[in-house]
Design a protein around this ligand. Structure first.
Ligand SMILES: [Zn+2]
Length: 445
C-alpha cells in the first residue's frame, strides 16, 4: 500500500463475552484482534518486558498498519499504563490468603468483569492510577476498601495477567506502547531516543569484530568499553535495538564481538573528559542496564572499562607505566577501590608484576595504543556514574603526573594529606562530585 495513505481498522473484538471458568477460552480475550487491510487476522497481546509494556503482535505489520493500530489505541494509553502499574505491583501484605479460579467475562485494560469460579457470581475489578485495584465483591467492599489490600479476585487476576502477559512466542513482533506516562529514568532514556516505537522499529546494527584501532586526541578524552550480555528473547532484542539506536545517534561507536565475553561489548564514542560528559554517559549506561536488568544479572562477564587518552605523551610512552604505577599503587593500598567500583579486585585486577608493564592489572598499559585502561568497573554491579567520575579523576591525575604538575604523595601520608593533594587536581565543581567518593573509600592507615 502507498506510503502515507491513511488506514482505518475495524476492531474485530475488543471486549468479547465468554462465561467459562477456564483459562483457554479467555486467552484470546485479554488481547485485541483486528482485521487487517487484506482481511488478515491481527492479534495483539500486551507483554511486559521489564518495566515496559509492549503489544505483542502475531505477525509482522507494515509501518502503516502498525501506526494505524497504535492510533486506534491512543486513547487507551492511560488505561494501559494503569494496567502496567498494576502488573508491576507485588501483592500487598494483608491481602486475602484464598485462591479462586476466575473467568474473564469482559476485559478492558483498567476494568475487568470476571466470574468467580466458586460462586459463579460476576464481579468487576477496576484498576486505578498507580495500579491500585478495587473489586465489587463483599470481601473487598466490607473489609478491604481503603486498606490497600486485595481480595482473592484481584490477587488471582493479577497472577493470571502476569502469566498471560509474559512474552509469548506466538506474538513475536512488538508494537510498543510508547507514550510513557510515568517518568522513570529508563522511560526518559527511551523518549530521548525517539520513543519506544522508533527504537523497536530500528534496524539492528551488525556486530563488528573486535578492533584495537583508536584515534589520537591532543585534548583529554575518555573512552568506555561496556560489556553487554548476549541473551535470547525480548529483553535481548530490546537491548540490541537500543544499542543500534545509540549507534545511529553517534553515541555508540561500535558494537563488537568479543570472544572473551558472553555477549559483546559496546564502545562509546570517545568524549571530552569533562564532569558534564561523565555524568551524562554514566547515566546512559545506567539506563541501558536498567532497561534489561535481569539480562545483566545473569551474565558471567561484565566489564566497564574506562580508557584514558595519553596521546600527547606518545613520545615518552615508555616512561608512562613507571610514572603512573606509584600513583595507582598508592590508590590500591590506601583506598577501598572496590567500594567505589562496585566489585572486588578479581584475580586479573590484582595480577601486577605478571608482566612488566602489567597487563590485565586494574590499570592496564597495554590494551590500546597510547591509552591507559582502568579496568576495575563492572557493567553488572556498581554505579556507572561513579565509575566514570573515577575515570575522570584518573585522567586528571595521569596527565598532571606526566606534565610534572603533580607529585604523588608517599604511602604513609595522612588521610587529610591525600585528600588535599587529590583535590588539587580537580576543579571546584569536580571536587563536589569526586572528593566525597574518595573520602568514603579512604582506608585508615
Ligand atoms: Zn473480589
Amino acid at each position: 500500500m502507498p506510503v502515507g495513505m491513511s488506514l482505518s481498522l475495524k476492531p474485530l473484538k475488543v471486549s468479547p463475552s465468554v462465561g467459562e471458568v477456564r483459562l483457554a477460552p479467555y486467552r484470546a480475550n485479554i488481547g485485541l484482534a483486528f482485521t487487517g487491510p487484506d482481511g488478515e487476522d491481527i492479534r495483539l497481546l500486551p507483554q511486559l518486558y521489564g518495566r515496559f509494556l509492549a503489544l505483542g503482535v502475531n505477525q509482522e505489520l507494515s509501518p502503516q498498519v502498525a501506526r494505524a493500530v497504535l492510533d486506534y489505541l491512543r486513547a487507551d494509553m492511560p488505561r494501559f499504563y494503569r494496567l502496567r502499574a498494576f502488573l508491576l505491583r507485588e501483592v500487598p501484605a494483608g491481602s486475602s490468603e484464598k485462591t479462586v479460579s476466575i473467568g474473564i467475562v469482559k476485559f478492558s485494560p483498567d476494568r475487568v468483569e470476571l466470574r468467580s469460579g466458586d460462586s459463579g457470581l460476576i464481579y468487576t475489578v477496576r484498576i486505578h492510577d498507580g495500579g491500585h485495584a478495587e473489586c465489587t465483591c463483599p470481601d473487598f467492599f466490607y473489609r478491604r476498601r481503603g486498606t490497600g489490600t486485595w481480595c482473592k479476585h484481584i490477587k488471582c487476576l493479577h497472577q493470571m495477567l502476569r502469566e498471560e502477559y509474559s512474552p509469548k512466542e506466538n506474538f513475536p513482533y512488538y508494537l510498543p506502547l510508547w507514550e510513557m506516562k510515568e517518568v522513570s529514568p529508563e522511560a526518559k532514556f527511551i523518549e530521548a531516543l525517539g520513543g519506544l516505537y522508533e527504537v523497536m522499529s530500528h534496524p539492528v546494527a551488525e556486530k563488528e569484530s573486535y578492533t584495537r584501532r583508536r584515534d589520537g586526541y591532543e585534548v583529554p578524552v575518555l573512552g568506555v568499553e561496556f560489556e553487554i550480555p548476549e541473551g535470547t528473547g525480548p529483553g535481548a532484542t530490546l537491548l540490541t535495538k537500543v544499542v543500534s539506536a545509540l549507534k545511529n545517534r553517534g553515541l555508540v561507536l561500535s558494537f563488537e564481538r568479543d570472544s572473551s565475553v558472553d555477549g559483546g561489548e559496546i564502545k562509546l564514542t570517545p568524549f571530552p573528559a569533562t564532569l558534564e560528559e561523565c555524568l551524562e554517559k554514566g547515566q546512559l549506561l545506567k539506563d541501558l542496564r536498567g532497561l534489561v536488568r535481569g539480562l545483566f544479572e545473569s551474565s558471567k562477564h561484565s566489564g566497564l572499562h574506562v580508557h584514558i587518552n595519553m596521546w600527547p605523551f606518545r613520545e615518552r610512552w615508555e616512561d608512562v607505566p613507571e610514572l603512573i604505577l606509584p600513583f595507582a599503587l598508592l590508590l590500591q593500598r590506601r583506598f577501598n577501590l572496590a567500594s567505589i567500583f562496585g566489585r572486588g579486585m578479581n584475580p586479573y585486577a590484582t595480577k601486577i608484576g605478571a608482566t612488566v608493564p602489567p597487563r590485565y592489572w586494574w590499570v592496564n598499559f597495554m590494551s590500546l595504543p597510547y591509552t591507559v585502561e582502568v579496568r576495575l568497573g563492572c557493567s553488572k554491579h556498581g554505579d556507572p556514574v561513579k565509575i566514570l567520575l573515577m575515570g575522570l579523576f584518573f585522567q586528571r591525575a595521569f596527565w598532571a603526573i606526566m606534565e610534572g604538575r603533580f607529585k604523588v604523595p608517599s604511602f604513609d601520608a595522612s588521610g587529610e594529606e591525600l585528600i588535599s593533594a587529590f583535590s588539587s587536581l580537580l576543579s571546584e565543581e569536580e571536587r563536589r562530585y569526586i572528593v566525597p567518593l574518595l573520602k568514603e573509600a579512604l582506608l585508615s592507615p
